[in-house]
Every structure is written in C-alpha cells, then in structure tokens.
Design a protein around this ligand. Structure first.
Ligand code: AMP
Ligand code: GLY
Length: 422
C-alpha cells in the first residue's frame, strides 16, 4: 500500500509512526511533513491546503490511500477531489465535513437525530444576539459558526462578557467571515472527553477516548490552546459510557448524515461533556484530535492502515480494533509565549536522550533543522508521550523524557494526568 499523509504536526507524526508499523505499507509520504516525520516518510513539498497539487501527486505516484490530519483540507473538499480521481481518502467529503466547518450544521444534525446537546440559538444580527444574552442571563457560551482554529468559543461567566464576545465576533470582525454568524448556547458542566469513532459511512467502531488539557497553564488556568496534553484512556470514561455515547450520539449522527446523502467516512471526533444527565455533545470534529492522537495511537495494537482501508471501503462491519492494556500520557512542549506570541527559533537539544527513556515516543510538531541543529518553529513544538502499565507509570515516563529535553525557550504543563510533578 502506498500512503500519503497530509499535514505537518505532532498528530501527523503519530499517524505516520503508526502507519509505518504496518506490514501492508510499501511506501509512505507526508505533505508537507516535518523533521521528525522525515525519519519515517518521504517529505512532499506541498501545503496541506493545496488540493489540486495533492491530487496530482497522489495520481502520479499511484497512491492507494490519503490520510488527512487536519480539518481544513477536508472542509475545502480534499476527499471529493480524491474521489473523482478514484483515490481513497480516510476523511469525509465536504458535505459531511460541514459537521466541523459549520457549528450550526452540527446542531441541525443533532436536533434532527435526537442527539443530546446544549440548547442553542443562531444569530446573524449582533443587536438581536446581545438582547438574547441579556434575556437568557449568564453563564452562556458564544461560538463563531465557522472554522476559527480554536479561537471561536467564549465561555462567558457574565452577560457583559457574552455581549462583548458577540461584538468581537460579529462587529469587530476578530475572526473574519467565521464570526459573522454566532451560536449562543446553554453552558454545560461536567468532565470533558474527546471520543473518536472510525466510520465507514454506515458503521462505526470506537477509536478510543482521551482527556484533552486545553488551557495553557497548570490547574486549567490561562488562555485556551489547541491542547497542552492528553491522557488515554480518558479516566472519566467507562466502557458503559462508550456504549451510551455510541448509541445516543455517534450512530444517530452517522445515520442522519447518510440519510442526507453525505455518508461520513473517516474519523469522527465527538467532544462530549459528561453531565449529570449523561453524555452530551459539545461539538463534532471530522479528524483526530491533537494531542489526543499522540496519546491514543501508541495504545492501538491493531494495524491502523488496515483499519483505515476498511473504513474507506465500507468494510468496518466485522472489524474489531484491539488495544494494549495500560495508559498513556502525552505532554505538549510549547514555545514560551504560546498561544499569544510564541518565541520561535530557540535551539532544542537532548532529544536522543529523551527518546531513550523506556516507553516513550517523541512526536515533532513545529521544529525545523538549522545547520545540523534543531530549532523551534511555532507554538506547539513537540509532543512527548509516555506509555505505561497504568497512568502513574505513563506519567513518570513522559515527564522523565520531557525533563531530558534541553530547550530553555520552551515550557510544558506539569499536571497532565494528575497533580503537578516536579
Ligand atoms: P471548541 O473550540 O469548539 O473546541 O470549544 C472550546 C471549549 O469550549 C470546549 O472544549 C468546552 O470546554 C467549551 N464549551 C463549548 N461549548 C460549551 C458548552 N455548551 N458548555 C460549556 N462549555 C462549552
Ligand atoms: N485537542 C483538540 C483538537 O484537536 O481539536
């Protein structure tokens, strides 16, 4: 099998790492990839949004399967374009990727399918939206309808904050077109879980559940980020809850979207809040989470490549994914100043020493080579995953490796998976 992974983060490094272990693999490329991915896959200098170039490359190189990491190419129609060329894509067509690309579409599917989710209203007039905030009272959640790279949600503790978010999104244009329409939602409470389902259009199998640490600072303080760490399996989630979430959320969503003529193939990410009334849907994404992927894939015992093929070919019916016992902890190392203003360019040393810690995998995100050295090239720079017999062992391993990395310009949360570790 000839496989092309699309993307350049730690999630894509983890995908390449898992695919490279498959006996079915004959050739692996990654567009555009990163220095860590370069040890596993041949780099292709094509950006992840250059759909025409990706399709042309896949055609010219007889690629059997394209595995997109991020959502943006899927929302822009990558799977559709590959479909026209007769090439498998382990991600949904544009009409199904709307589940992530338009939050109001996800809500429409949830309503039609009877999926438990926060009550909401949709607004295209800011004055009407602000009046609604005043009528409802706080707390409220204000969300930009479109793709906003994690910056489109404000959990407002006061009406003033909610109104300010409406103004920022709809009138100040802080998110561009993505914020022209907003949803205002009831605020849900409870532990959050990222649930993943591998889908073949009709059927779905669990791809695990993880806990994501979204805030930049320890104790869940500070600004929201793409994710500063993850733990798998999610401690708050049981096999019984997995059954309930599949029965009430994942399968009804798949059936509804298939009924509308856009069967979902690929990885469906359901962000859940475990409320007193049971799991409720916070949002859908149409791809693996980052850093959830770096925590989950090291626990997968089955062949990821075979599973993705089965998903593309509508053959998940009898597919059973096997998992290793134990747990994993993924610690994200970010450049100081992330997420507002990461300081890029700092030198990173000690990666070999860190990788030698038993039960550890290191995934690159934003690194770049510079004259035989490695430098930070963005906000989230590395993900260090520890795998162990239990959460405690996985943590000790992940943090032993993180400490071995010599990067004065970086920082990481010391409380992924428990109280702060020294
Ligand atoms: P998102 O950027 O869409 O992943 O949302 C960011 C975060 O906002 C979610 O992970 C939740 O922590 C929070 N959030 C979103 N919707 C709600 C809601 N209805 N109630 C409470 N928190 C929410
Ligand atoms: N870590 C959350 C996400 O990938 O959206």
């Amino acid at each position: 099998m000839r496989v092309l992974v699309v993307g350049s983060g730690a999630r894509e490094h983890a995908l390449c790492w898992a695919l490279a272990a498959s006996p079915l693999l004959t050739k692996l490329w990654c567009a555009p990839g990163n220095p860590g991915i370069g040890t596993l896959a041949e780099a292709v200098p094509i950006g992840s949004l250059d759909i025409a170039a990706i399709v042309a490359f896949a055609r010219a190189n007889s690629v059997d399967l394209v595995v997109p990491g991020p959502e943006a190419p899927l929302v822009a129609g990558l799977a559709d374009a590959l479909g026209v060329a007769g090439i498998r894509c382990a991600g949904p067509v544009q009409a199904a990727a709307r589940l992530e690309g338009e939050k109001s579409f996800a809500k429409e599917i949830a309503l039609a399918a009877g999926i438990p989710t926060a009550r909401f209203a949709r607004f295209d007039d800011p004055a009407v939206a602000r009046a609604y905030c005043r009528r409802q009272g706080a707390p409220l959640v204000v969300k930009a309808d479109g793709l906003a790279a994690g910056k489109g949600v404000v959990v407002a503790a006061t009406v003033t904050e909610a109104e300010a978010a409406v103004t920022a999104f709809m009138e100040d244009g802080r998110l561009g077109a993505a914020g022209r329409v907003v949803l205002i939602e009831e605020c849900l409470a409870g532990p959050e879980v990222s649930l993943f389902a591998l889908c073949d259009g009709e059927q779905a199998v669990p791809l695990g559940a993880a806990t994501d640490y979204k805030r930049a600072g320890e104790g869940d303080q500070g600004p929201n980020t793409g994710g500063m760490g993850a733990v798998a399996p999610a401690p708050a989630f049981s096999p019984a809850l997995m059954e309930i979430a599949f029965g009430r959320i994942v399968r009804p969503a798949l059936a509804e979207i298939a009924r509308r003529g856009a069967p979902f193939r690929g990885i469906l990410f359901a962000g859940l809040m475990l409320t007193a009334e049971g799991p409720k849907l916070v949002e859908f994404n149409v791809r693996f989470g980052d850093p959830e992927c770096e925590a989950l894939l090291p626990l997968l015992a089955s062949d990821l490549l075979a599973a993705l093929f089965a998903a593309c070919d509508g053959e998940l019916g009898d597919f059973d994914l096997r998992w290793r016992a134990g747990a994993s902890v993924a610690v994200v190392m970010a450049a100081r100043g992330y997420p507002e203003a990461p300081e890029i360019g700092g030198e990173i040393r000690g990666l070999e020493r860190a990788a030698a810690v038993p039960g550890v995998q290191i995934f690159h995100a934003a690194t770049r080579p510079a004259g035989g050295r490695l430098r930070a090239a963005g906000g989230r720079v590395l993900t260090v995953t520890g795998i162990g017999a239990d959460l405690g062992e996985a943590r000790v391993r992940a943090y032993a490796a993180a400490r071995a990395i010599d990067w004065p310009g970086g920082f990481y949360r010391r409380d992924i998976g428990g109280s702060p570790i020294l």
